[in-house]
Design a protein. Structure first.
Length: 318
């Protein structure tokens, strides 16, 4: 998994604060087959994000983590959907994670259009009128920080506008959107076991002892045909991504499973304590046990539901 991760602090028009977890690695501004370009400005913003840490009181009171967490079973999660154009950064962070987190905060049902959010609102400001152009999630959440984001009824009843080139019109619509603003952005460094522990606790209980955990998102690359977990292993028959090659597609993390395994070196044994990379160091790059559960919004044909396990898949921690 990428080493950089991010978390949001949200603010509504009534100035209530809401924490929302996101993940990211390096930002990609172009679509899947195009050149990945990262500006110095965005690189500086990325590395300067404040890091999310466990508070002292949480560390003193935190409970042991369960073997698995799946937040997509909660009523705050909306269904898997097909993203429009190359809007993966906004579809994953706003269509999935923002929607879950703000509904979790407000205890609202995500199956209702009034509690779903139109990610095209930010994407259309940033895609230069071209739906094959991706958009930085940092910039899209700058927009949410200042202007908020509309729910579907406010966005003329739709999540996207078809051509993905239209801007919302009407002061009343922007005023309603301002009830859904963010306040700040944070990061989690999940390339170490310590950082991974913070992320898993966020997924488990929102770093606050809640019965409903958080979600996150990350940039990697779309894997068209993930591997299948073999018979005899936990979660056999489910799909799993064993590694990424670039940062051209965004997806969401909805949970984790510490029992999922993949035998990288083919020795018939899955371990986390052996130096299988033969670099003289045992670290997360040697791990063969443990995976995140992710949600995707892209397949390459006409629906994400035929990708992996109806839009879900495991991704190894390493």
């Amino acid at each position: 998994m990428p080493k950089f991760r991010a978390k949001y602090e949200f603010m509504s028009a009534s100035f209530q604060k809401l924490l929302v977890g996101f993940l990211f690695s390096l930002l990609s501004f172009w679509s899947y087959s195009q050149t990945i370009r990262i500006t110095p400005k965005d690189s500086l913003r990325m590395v300067s994000l404040p890091e999310m840490r466990m508070t002292h009181s949480y560390q003193q009171s935190k409970t042991s983590l369960p073997q698995s967490v799946d937040n997509s079973v909660h009523p705050y999660w909306r269904n898997i959907f097909w993203q429009a154009g190359c809007s993966c950064g906004q579809a994953s962070s706003e269509g999935y994670v923002y929607t879950y987190e703000i509904n979790r905060k407000r205890d609202l049902d995500a199956t209702l259009d009034a509690n779903r959010y139109a990610y095209s609102f930010t994407y259309n400001f940033l895609n230069i009128g071209n739906t094959v152009c991706g958009a930085s999630f940092i910039e899209s959440h700058d927009i949410i920080r200042e202007a908020g984001i509309p729910n579907l009824p406010t966005n003329n009843g739709v999540m996207t506008d078809g051509p993905m080139k239209k801007w919302l019109t009407g002061y009343d619509k922007y005023y309603q959107s301002m009830h859904n603003r963010i306040n700040n952005v944070y990061a989690i460094h999940a390339g170490t076991s310590e950082g991974l522990d913070v992320l898993k606790h966020w997924l488990y209980d929102h770093l606050e002892g809640s019965p409903y955990g958080g979600m996150a998102f990350f940039y990697a690359n779309h894997v068209y045909e993930p591997a299948v977990i073999p018979e005899g292993y936990p979660e056999a028959g489910k799909h799993i991504i064993t590694g990424f090659s670039n940062t051209s597609h965004a997806m969401s993390i909805v949970g984790y499973n510490d029992e999922v395994q993949y035998d990288y070196n083919g020795d018939g044994v899955c371990t986390n304590h052996l130096d299988i990379t033969n670099d003289g160091v045992v670290d997360m790059r040697d791990w063969e046990i443990g995976a995140f559960k992710i949600a995707n919004s892209f397949n390459g044909s006409n629906t994400p539901l035929i990708w992996a396990d109806q839009g879900f898949c495991y991704v190894m921690y390493r």
